[in-house]
Design a protein around this ligand. Structure first.
Ligand SMILES: *[C@@H]1O[C@H](CO)[C@@H](O)[C@H](O)[C@H]1NC(C)=O
Ligand SMILES: *[C@@H]1O[C@H](CO)[C@@H](O)[C@H](O)[C@H]1NC(C)=O
Ligand SMILES: *[C@@H]1O[C@H](CO)[C@@H](O)[C@H](O)[C@H]1NC(C)=O
Ligand SMILES: *[C@@H]1O[C@H](CO)[C@@H](O)[C@H](O)[C@H]1NC(C)=O
Length: 399
């Protein structure tokens, strides 16, 4: 009798313990005064919900809930460190102020210094970029004012960013800086093809970043990997319209860091200006930057202007002074199973530099044919060393 009682008691204690361990806590922004009328600024309510959630120290997740509805939101910084796993759950539509001059510090929604962060929930981020794009003069003015990024992650570790639709960002949609161990999944990112600098996902000084099942159509790069990006896995990305998946441009400034260990797999480019591109400025820096260990595999190109590009004398805005030297060493880049169509004259263009030729560029089973007004595709090789395997259509110029 006593033994049985003790058994039941310990079972109950176990169940209670398990419950305590998985306990989550909800911080609904409505309870903090948020109003989904599309006009009231909700930044104070969101920040208060965040700060309570961030302070909560239970075992489970602290969920900041934004229920369905349209919420006007001015610029916000959600800062850590926090005690629990933070879950920023957006079911509603967040609307940015349309006036770019109403932003003081730069970006719209900024998460900083959080370890263990989930952001997602099927909601919409509406950047209202169309009036801001007209003020963008970055093509002519190298000191141009930078417009707000829709969602920026600074120094986030162990993050999961999922299931959101970002529309018409004023500048880039999602930016990761100083992040580690993040998964981005199930995102839809859209802006008109002629909207300036509306990159989909931009990564710098970060490592261990995975991106998968993402659909991006914007006016700039679908994904851009900048200085200090390492160990990135990209798969199942649909890109178009846009400027493709890019690495760089590196080499423009002292103090930049290497870009290394990138895999891009099972992606489709549709009507983009570039497919997979590596670009660097001509320059003579104190230290050589290394861009190395890349694999591009199982890629489909539909009517792409420049399907495969390495460009070591990239220059996006004047003055474009020909220096004739590079400080960037590109090596170990594999292109495998790349098929589809290009609508200019060039399928793969490797324009490397004389003082730092591209090393170990490998092409395996490449089948690219002309589309649109193009009659015939060729490849271009300048200072490139490597090898080819399997099908090469058009014929490779790599030796
Ligand atoms: C990224 O993908 C790699 C390989 O598929 C996996 O080992 C790693 O755990 C993933 N990291 C994240 C943060 O999802
Ligand atoms: C990835 O591969 C699957 C299976 O082959 C295919 O159905 C899907 O369209 C691919 N995704 C992209 C973006 O190419
Ligand atoms: C591909 O691009 C063409 C025009 O460039 C567009 O008509 C078509 O809908 C796009 N395909 C997909 C699946 O988005
Ligand atoms: C590239 O990969 C090779 C083989 O895995 C490794 O030895 C090398 O350190 C990597 N290069 C860089 C710059 O990390």
């Amino acid at each position: 009798m006593g033994a049985k009682f003790l058994f039941v008691l310990s079972l109950l204690v176990c169940i209670a313990e398990a419950h305590r361990q998985i306990q989550n806590k909800l911080f609904n922004v409505i309870n903090y005064g948020a109003r989904s009328d599309g006009n009231t600024d909700n930044s104070a309510a969101f920040l208060k919900a965040w700060s309570d959630a961030c302070r909560w120290s239970g075992k489970g997740k602290a969920t900041v809930l934004i229920p369905q509805g349209t919420y006007m939101l001015k610029e916000v910084v959600f800062s850590g460190p926090c005690n629990a796993w933070m879950n920023f759950h957006i079911e509603g539509l967040l609307k940015a102020p349309s006036d770019p001059y109403s932003f003081k510090n730069g970006d719209w929604i900024n998460f900083r210094y959080v370890n263990k962060l989930t952001v997602g929930g099927g909601g919409i981020l509406y950047g209202q970029g169309s009036s801001a794009w007209k003020t963008n003069d970055c093509k002519k003015n190298s000191n141009c004012r930078s417009l707000p990024i829709t969602m920026k992650f600074d120094f986030i570790t162990n993050g999961y960013v999922h299931d959101m639709h970002s529309i018409d960002s004023k500048q880039s949609h999602f930016v990761l800086f100083g992040c580690e161990n993040m998964l981005l999944r199930g995102l839809k990112i859209t802006a008109p093809k002629d909207s300036p600098n509306t990159d989909g996902i931009k990564i710098g000084m970060s490592k261990g970043i995975n991106i998968s099942s993402v659909n991006i159509g914007t006016g700039d790069d679908c994904i851009a990997m900048l200085s200090g990006t390492r160990n990135v896995r990209i798969s199942d990305v649909f890109c178009g319209p846009g400027h493709g998946i890019s690495v760089g441009s590196l080499g423009g400034n002292e103090g930049e860091e290497d870009i290394d260990d990138i895999v891009v797999k099972n992606c489709t480019f549709n009507g983009t200006s570039n497919g997979v591109r590596i670009k660097s400025w001509e320059s003579q820096l104190k230290k050589t930057l290394v861009v190395s260990n890349f694999t591009y595999e199982d890629i489909v190109m539909n009517n792409v202007q420049n399907p495969i590009v390495i460009d070591q004398d990239y220059c996006s805005h004047p003055p474009c002074i020909k220096k004739g030297v590079s400080s960037v060493q590109i090596s170990n880049v594999a292109y495998k199973n790349i098929r589809g169509s290009g609508n200019t004259k060039v399928a793969a263009s490797f324009e490397c530099s004389q003082n730092k030729p591209c090393q170990n560029i490998r092409m395996e089973n490449i089948n690219l044919w002309p589309s649109g007004h193009s009659k015939k595709l060729n490849n271009v090789c300048l200072f490139v060393k490597g090898a080819t395997y399997g099908t090469q259509n058009p014929p490779s110029c790599i030796k």
